[in-house]
Design a protein around this ligand. Structure first.
Ligand SMILES: Cc1cc2nc3c(=O)[nH]c(=O)nc-3n(C[C@H](O)[C@H](O)[C@H](O)COP(=O)(O)OP(=O)(O)OC[C@H]3O[C@@H](n4cnc5c(N)ncnc54)[C@H](O)[C@@H]3O)c2cc1C
Ligand SMILES: NC(=O)c1ccc[n+]([C@@H]2O[C@H](COP(=O)([O-])OP(=O)(O)OC[C@H]3O[C@@H](n4cnc5c(N)ncnc54)[C@H](O)[C@@H]3O)[C@@H](O)[C@H]2O)c1
Length: 483
């Protein structure tokens, strides 16, 4: 860093210190003498570390472990309680989130020679960022990595009722007895799973469409819904919340019940009914965090995502990059970090006057090779395109599909239930998508990701022999259909 009291200069300034901004800063300067700063107005580590991926998986783990044990003879006989110890789970969650203390992340940044500047970052001109009246100048690049925020639909009375968003659900301190969840996407399905584990006894999900997890293969939503219904969840499809009344609202903080009971009107099938609940969870998607970022000075007045090209550069502004949730390409930590690595490599190459030769400088996997794991019970893991997406893209599709019923799955549990599907492009004889549902499938998906990205021909995949006895033997069942 160089500068006077109120103007500092770095080679690279990153606004937003989530996992994606951290990666972009690290890659932009590593192995060089370039300097970088991360501007963060909350906690270094971002939504993912304190409010999203990490606490949610912490809350889900103990229930998943108990479910695994209860499916296996010899272990299940030793289980005295089928549900987790609530205080211990919440304590484990707090351990994972370091009680929202970001000092270890700041230490990491300092080890990587990245300065952390606390405060709200706003672009005030070309290569210029303002943080609390302090001006930061970037010699090479400004990277926007500000993430996203939870959306709350404009339903009469909903905002006034101070409903929970994912931040409350992941950082819950109180366990509401009766809850309604608005939405049927990933946050809704994962949260429903841990809310039940932690003792919510009366849970209703209000879904405007006709299935859960609508972006995945249809069998995923069916199996996840069946799992939740078995645990007593009332899922209302084709339904909408039309009004909320909560006379006794209280600002009790994240994870606390926000007041007295709420009356929630649900419209479905031409009629309506009223649910009385102790808390409402809104899980209706997220909006890119582009407000109050100064983008209007660049002529960007749209409040949507900050669009970028495949070098993660904002068109027309070669010094400006946007990575992660904020660019609207894909809202997943691992894909945002991938974009952060691409942006960092591009910034480094441009700083050294090197051409952007090579695949490393172009993001492509975040379009057609996106892996995702949804940690429901059963869990689902997928990569690439679904059959419907492939057909929409004009791919000449061949399908291989099978229940997961192999020696490896039987050994996980004699009651194992799972399903797998491959989507193949007939003209190239390569895999373009794969979806697995069932216990222990999360660790299966990377094999499919390698096959999709590597464009491995199906006749070669035949020689990738799965080990016996593992769940991955389902590959053999699927490939037999294509051989
Ligand atoms: C409940 C939940 C669970 C999830 N689980 C998973 C999962 O298991 N796996 C997965 O891959 N993805 C998961 N996601 C998605 C994942 O959280 C996001 O994709 C990821 O956090 C995006 O990272 P990011 O760095 O782009 O943004 P963020 O993590 O949101 O970080 C952005 C940072 O920028 C800061 N900031 C914003 N504006 C400014 C400003 N103007 N000035 C200074 N600082 C600013 C914020 O304070 C924040 O620290 C989950 C999301 C939710 C809601
Ligand atoms: N394990 C993981 O990888 C993981 C976990 C959680 C979240 N995430 C990511 O975080 C992002 C946000 O997740 P999410 O579940 O909030 O979003 P989502 O887009 O997956 O689901 C939003 C849901 O809300 C519904 N909805 C939206 N507006 C509505 C309205 N006005 N009325 C009724 N229903 C409405 C949609 O139909 C959909 O079912 C996603 O990109 C997701 O992939 C990932």
């Amino acid at each position: 860093m160089t500068g006077t009291a109120d103007v500092s200069t770095y080679d690279v300034v990153v606004i937003g210190g989530g996992p994606v901004g951290e990666n972009a800063a690290e890659y932009a300067i590593k192995g060089s003498s370039r300097t970088a700063a991360i501007v963060e107005h909350e906690l270094v580590g971002g939504e993912c570390s304190y409010w999203a991926c990490m606490p949610s998986k912490g809350l889900l783990g103990p229930g998943a472990a108990l479910a695994a044990a209860s499916g296996l003879p010899g272990a299940r006989e030793r289980l005295t309680q089928p549900t987790p110890d609530v205080d211990a789970v919440l304590g484990w969650r707090d351990t994972i989130t370091h009680q929202r203390d970001d000092s270890s992340q700041v230490e990491w940044a300092s080890g990587a020679r990245i300065d952390v500047i606390r405060g709200h970052g706003r672009i005030v001109g070309e290569r210029e960022v303002e943080v609390s009246h302090r001006r930061i100048v970037a010699r090479e690049a400004v990277v926007v990595a500000t993430g996203s925020t939870a959306s709350v639909p404009p339903i009469p009375g909903l905002r006034e009722a101070r409903p929970w968003t994912s931040r409350d659900a992941t950082n819950m301190l109180d366990v509401p007895g009766r809850m309604v969840v608005l939405g049927g996407g990933v946050v809704a399905c994962e949260a429903a799973t841990w809310l039940l584990d932690l003792g919510v006894r009366d849970l209703t999900m209000v879904i405007r469409g006709d299935r859960l997890l609508p972006k995945a293969e249809p069998f995923v939503g069916e199996q996840v819904a069946a799992g939740l219904v078995r645990r007593g969840v009332d899922i209302r499809f084709g339904a909408q919340i039309s009004a909320v009344e909560r006379p006794d609202v209280a600002d009790t903080g994240y994870g606390r019940i926000h007041g007295g009971a709420a009356r929630v009107t649900v419209d479905e099938g031409g009629g309506s009914s009223v649910l009385e609940v102790d808390e409402i969870l809104v899980a209706a998607g997220r909006a890119p965090a582009t407000s109050d970022l100064g983008l209007d000075v660049l002529g960007v007045t749209d409040s949507g995502p900050l669009r970028v090209d495949d070098h993660m550069t904002v068109p027309g502004h070669r010094w400006l990059y946007a990575v992660g949730d904020v660019n609207g390409r894909v809202a997943l930590t691992h894909m945002g970090k991938y974009q952060g690595r691409v942006a960092g490599d591009v910034i480094a190459a441009r700083a050294q006057g090197r051409p952007l030769d090579g695949a490393r400088f172009t993001a492509s996997a975040d379009r057609d090779a996106i892996p995702q794991v949804v940690f429901t019970r059963p869990e689902m893991a997928s990569v690439g395109r679904t059959e419907a997406q492939a057909r929409e893209d004009g791919v000449d599709v061949v399908i291989a599909e099978a229940d997961i019923a192999v020696a490896g799955s039987y050994l996980v549990s004699p009651d194992y239930a799972g399903h797998a599907k491959l989507v193949i492009d007939r003209s190239r004889d390569v895999l373009v998508g794969a979806t697995f549902v069932g216990a222990d499938t999360a660790e299966l998906v990377h094999s499919a990701t390698v096959a999709v990205v590597g464009e491995v021909r199906i006749d070669r995949l035949w020689h990738a022999v799965p080990s016996y006895p593992t769940v991955s033997e389902v590959w053999l069942r699927l490939l037999e259909q294509l051989h």
